[in-house]
Design a protein around this ligand. Structure first.
Ligand code: UD2
Ligand code: MN
Length: 380
């Protein structure tokens, strides 16, 4: 009969032999088999569960950072660099989007080591086929901006683009003007580089499929065709809000965007109408690919609904050539090349122009009529 003590001895001997065998196997380059062997004994291993969700290229489905480990800094030997493939081999389709609390810009930086100052990137081992500037109108939405940067940087790197991210920040507290900020963004981005495509991008919209490529089409493209807030459907045929993409030629052909929509609403429809007035049509990705999640939010302070929007929209066909890129007046207050984006702070004035509105005179009631006549009317 074997005593209890010798039972333990045999057990230790058996484990010892196993360890020696495993060590030998791993020295011979059999690490994969060893880790497989180990995994068999770890039933509830989350990594094992995740492995079942992997694609043929060993990528966890939906993780926007999954493929970035396949990117590297330039390793060229000084020889020719060839164009990147027409379809990036790094694309993986649907992206899982969630908004965990506590995300910091430092974390986004850490996860995107190849992004250069000003939020720029170009593939190291092939020549990008496309140069895209992303223009984001912004004020007081730092929380949303962090999430957008977290998702957009790896998304664009997967697409093997030469890109930069420009945040156009409206200075002051006067009513927000999304479309005028885009005009400023267009001019300031083109001043820096000969971009062949500009993406005009709400700060709170996160793309959910990397096959929605951030390159331009033959016609102005409306990219945010399927948003969660509209049940992943296009709300109406002429809808052009959220995210759109135009070449510099498209942009100039339609005289850019309107400058006179102050506050929420209308400007996106005006832009859509401009596309057709300039003789172009709207192109769109498929509903399957042009999917976006919008970070939930309330209407901002300083961006009240614009009550004049319907009247203005009715006049777009008469106004589009008179107001737009050709009349966009603003002052650049600062240009900062931050690690994850270029921040351009602009003063865009008010309805009355670039100069701040003169303080209202306090006058006796009898004199009010004559002052009214002398005060410049805000333009429509
Ligand atoms: C819708 C459209 C948007 C625009 C807007 C009307 C969608 C997804 N988007 O957005 O493209 O046509 O209606 O103007 O339907 N912003 C700031 N700070 C502010 C206010 C606005 O940064 O204080 C920027 C920001 O990039 C934001 C964008 O302007 O995403 C649009 O404003 P919004 O998100 O408040 O309006 P929303 O979601 O109704
Ligand atoms: Mn929004």
């Amino acid at each position: 009969m074997i005593s209890l003590q010798s039972k333990w001895r045999y057990l230790f001997m058996f484990l010892g032999i196993q360890l020696v065998v495993m060590a030998l196997l791993s020295r011979e380059g059999y690490q994969k088999r060893v880790s497989y062997f180990i995994r068999i004994f770890r039933k509830s291993d989350p990594a094992g569960a995740q492995a079942q969700n992997r694609t043929a290229t060993d990528v966890p489905v939906g993780n926007v950072y999954a493929n970035l480990s396949r990117l590297s800094k330039a390793e060229t030997d000084g020889g020719d660099i060839f164009y990147c493939p027409k379809t990036s081999p790094l694309l993986a389709g649907p992206i899982h989007v969630s908004f965990p609390s506590g995300l910091t810009l430092a974390e986004v930086r850490r996860k995107n080591p190849l992004v250069e100052r000003g939020g720029r990137y170009r593939p190291a081992n092939c020549e990008a086929r496309h140069r895209t500037a992303v223009v984001i109108p912004h004020r007081h939405r730092e929380h949303h901006l962090r999430f957008l940067l977290y998702y957009l940087h790896p998304f664009l790197q997967r697409q093997q683009l030469n890109y930069a991210i420009y945040v156009i920040h409206q200075a002051g507290s006067y009513t927000f003007n999304r479309a005028k900020l885009m005009n400023a963004g267009f001019r300031e981005a083109m001043r820096e580089e000969d971009w062949d495509c500009l993406f005009f991008h709400d700060v709170d919209l996160i793309p959910e499929d990397d096959r929605n490529t951030y390159v331009c089409d033959a016609n102005p493209k409306h990219a945010a065709i399927a948003m969660d807030k509209f049940g992943y459907k296009l709300p109406y045929q002429m809808y052009f809000g959220g995210v759109s993409a135009l070449t510099p030629l498209h942009y100039l052909k339609m005289n850019g965007f309107p400058n006179n929509y102050w506050g929420w609403g209308g400007e996106d429809d005006d832009i859509g109408v401009r596309v057709s007035l300039a003789g172009m049509s709207i192109s769109r990705p498929s509903l399957k690919v042009g999917r976006y999640k919008m970070i939930k939010h309330k209407l901002d302070k300083g961006n009240d609904v614009n009550p004049k929007r319907f009247n203005m929209l009715a006049k777009t066909r008469h106004t589009w050539k008179l107001d737009g890129m050709n009349t966009a007046e603003y002052e650049v207050l600062s240009r900062e090349y931050l690690p994850l984006y270029t921040n351009i702070t602009v003063h865009i004035g008010t309805e009355a122009g670039l100069k701040p509105l003169p303080p209202r005179p306090t006058v006796p009631i009898s004199a009010k009529a004559s002052v009214k006549a002398a005060t410049p009317k805000p333009d429509k």
